[in-house]
Design a protein around this ligand. Structure first.
Ligand SMILES: [Zn+2]
Length: 236
């Protein structure tokens, strides 16, 4: 098991660590700041530095509870002391993008009673699908206004670890299907954004919605009955 530091501090850019295994899947460290892809958020990239060498990390993923750092070159042997450092610019943009998606989800639920059916994100851009009957350019503009207004309210983003029983009894978390989380997971990690949004979630987010900055709805499209897609981009 790798100690996953990003779960409790998304702002950690690097950590000293030791290589505990090296295999076909990649490098395993005893602790890491790298986020393994999941929940729609891509895995981190970055670098491992050691002695007089370094190794680029091209992706991070989890398999059977183990975090693997995908190597972009030859790997250091087991036992090597390294400094593991993420590509912070990319990660911070992902944190902003991920947080924007939570607020988008919250606004669509609050004002239009529509749930999310799916989504995906890249640094600075994302798409999200909703159980909406119809969608239009005008609707996209309206949502853009509501989304930016909500971000401007400067909501704090908190990471909570709730006892499983408590999480399963929470109406907000029930709505976002907390019951589908494997029974062995206790406590359950929850992201709360002020009084806007609360979800069981493994990803990394910014500490306050003001850090997201302006977001644009760049495209709206129908993906079939009761399934409408919205694409967003960060930046002015
Ligand atoms: Zn999230």
């Amino acid at each position: 098991m790798t100690i996953e530091l990003a779960a409790t501090d998304a702002y950690l850019k690097e950590t000293p660590a030791q290589v505990t295994a090296v295999g076909d899947d990649g490098v395993v460290l005893e602790r890491t700041v790298f986020y393994p892809r999941g929940g729609g958020q891509p895995g981190d990239t970055g670098i491992l530095e050691y002695g007089d060498g370094s190794l680029a990390i091209t992706d991070t993923f989890k398999k059977a509870g183990v975090v693997y750092h995908a190597p972009g070159g030859s790997t250091p042997p087991v036992g090597t002391d390294v400094v593991a450092r993420i590509d912070w610019e990319r990660r911070h943009l992902l944190m902003r993008t991920h947080t924007a998606l939570h607020v988008l989800t919250a606004v669509i639920w609050r004002d239009f009673d529509a749930k999310v059916t799916g989504g995906n994100m890249e640094p600075g851009r994302a798409r999200m699908d909703f159980e909406l009957d119809s969608i239009s350019v005008e609707f996209g503009k309206e949502v853009e206004g509501l989304l930016n207004a909500a971000l401007h309210e400067e909501h704090e983003v908190e990471v909570l670890f709730l006892p499983r029983a408590e999480a399963l009894a929470d109406p907000d978390l029930i709505r976002t299907k907390v019951n589908l989380i494997p029974e062995s997971v206790d406590p359950i990690r929850v992201i709360r954004i002020g009084d806007l949004d609360k979800q069981a979630d493994g990803g990394t987010h910014v500490a306050n919605t003001r850090e997201v900055g302006p977001v644009r709805v760049v495209k709206t499209e129908s993906k079939g009955k009761g399934n409408k897609r919205m694409r967003i981009e960060l930046g002015g």
